[in-house]
Write a protein that binds this ligand. Structure first.
Ligand SMILES: *Cc1c(COP(=O)(O)O)cnc(C)c1O
Length: 401
């Protein structure tokens, strides 16, 4: 047990849910932690580091440019701001006020979610389109590309599309109508890794900017993210995040990263200044991304499949418990379905008991209403499988066993 947490009186948890913010992300690989510690010990010119990171991100992902951000939500804020202002320093300085400009984001109604605060923070209002009656069980349709087309007008800064296997209409169709109308498409792909092909996929399908979380599957610092995409938009985003406290003449970025010759003047600190990143985040995320891309996907899945198999073996025969391994997912998982009549606890009771134990065990509660809890292996530490098995056998086994 780590001394830093002990000194604060904070307990470790077993993270059987996967990387998520409220559970402090995932465990960081030692190589990433070491790279961050090394970066922390020396000062550099942050602008030079951002420019180098952008070049490296372009090599790794095929994007024209990239920016390390303080999370995917920060990337959405910065991306939306870039779409609203373009390369106009006066417009940057005015945000979140957008007088007479591009102050709206078109978004499919069924994709609205709690992270759209990020684009609203930049001063943009969301225009919803589509009637997702497939979710109400009252129909079978969702938004269609023509509806996005019809909603785009002179006030549209961008179309925001939230990547998910269920997302409708498909990105390629959305990008096609937006391209014709000259409006960029910003994609929220925060949690869409693995598979690692997705790092390139959304740009290939026509997105202009894509936001990824650095603290989820990539395994970077918990408070990091990526904004990838078109050079000009990434530059506008970067300008609105960077510290601009430069005496005249000293702001001299790599023109390939920030083409300042096209700026009418240097804007002051922008709307993204509250989501700054440090050298440690930049180096940590780049290191994590290199490791993530270098690792063979099947090899990465090997230990996860073993953990799921070990959990399933160890839980066989407990009364009222049905085991549903889902081995085909990018991250395989084990769903535990509890028969409320026969099991000692229902799904809600089991969740509460796991979280109340010592150390607390956190499964994924998303399917609680269907009577299931889900165990995921990608953030388990050595020994955690045994710990989870022991606890579940005590909670669900015959009394006194
Ligand atoms: C996790 C998530 C985010 C936020 O990512 P952070 O890196 O924590 O800022 C945004 N959008 C979606 C869809 C997510 O799943």
């Amino acid at each position: 047990m780590s001394g830093v947490y002990e000194r604060l009186g904070v307990r470790r948890i077993v993270n059987a849910k996967g990387p998520s913010t409220r559970l402090s992300g995932g465990p960081m690989r030692p190589e990433v932690a070491a790279a961050m510690a090394e970066a922390a010990g020396t000062c550099v010119d942050l602008l030079e580091l951002h420019a180098a990171a952008s070049r490296r991100l372009a090599e790794l992902t095929g994007a024209e440019a990239g920016l390390v951000t303080a999370g995917a939500a920060a990337a959405l804020l910065l991306g939306a701001a870039a779409c609203a202002t373009g390369f106009d320093p006066a417009a940057m300085a005015r945000l979140p006020e957008i007088a007479g400009g591009r102050d709206r984001v078109v978004m499919v109604r069924s994709q609205r979610n709690q992270y759209d605060h990020a684009v609203r923070t930049a001063g943009l209002a969301i225009v919803e389109v589509g009637l997702p009656d497939r979710f109400a069980g009252a129909g079978c349709r969702d938004a269609e590309a023509w509806e996005i087309d019809a909603a785009i007008d002179a006030r549209t800064a961008c179309v925001l599309w939230v990547a998910h296997p269920r997302a409708r209409p498909p990105l390629a169709e959305v990008a096609a109508v937006a391209r014709v109308r000259g409006v960029p498409v910003l994609v929220d792909a925060a949690g869409q890794l693995p598979p690692k092909e997705n790092l390139r996929r959304f740009l290939e399908e026509g997105a202009d900017l894509v936001a990824f979380s650095g603290g989820k599957a990539i395994g970077g610092p918990q408070g990091s993210g990526l904004l990838l995409g078109r050079r000009e938009l990434v530059a506008a985003a970067a300008l609105q995040m960077l510290d601009m406290d430069y005496p005249p003449g000293l702001f001299r970025p790599d023109p390939a990263f920030l083409p300042t010759e096209r700026l009418a003047g240097l804007p002051p600190h922008g709307i993204g200044r509250p989501c700054k990143v440090g050298k440690e985040q930049i180096v940590g995320l780049l290191t994590a991304l290199e490791l993530f891309l270098a690792e063979d996907e099947e090899r990465r899945r090997g230990p996860w499949l073993e953990a799921v198999a070990a959990l399933a073996r160890g839980l066989e025969g407990l009364p009222g418990l049905a085991l549903e391994p889902r081995l085909d997912l990018p991250v395989p998982e084990l769903a535990l379905r509890l028969d409320a009549e026969r099991a000692r606890l229902d799904a809600r009771g089991l969740l509460d008991a796991l979280v109340a134990g010592e150390p607390p065990i956190h499964p994924d509660p998303e399917e609680l209403e269907e009577g299931r809890i889900v165990l995921r292996p990608d953030c388990l530490l050595p020994g955690d499988v045994e710990l989870v098995l022991e606890r579940l056998r005590v909670l669900l086994g015959p009394p006194g066993s």
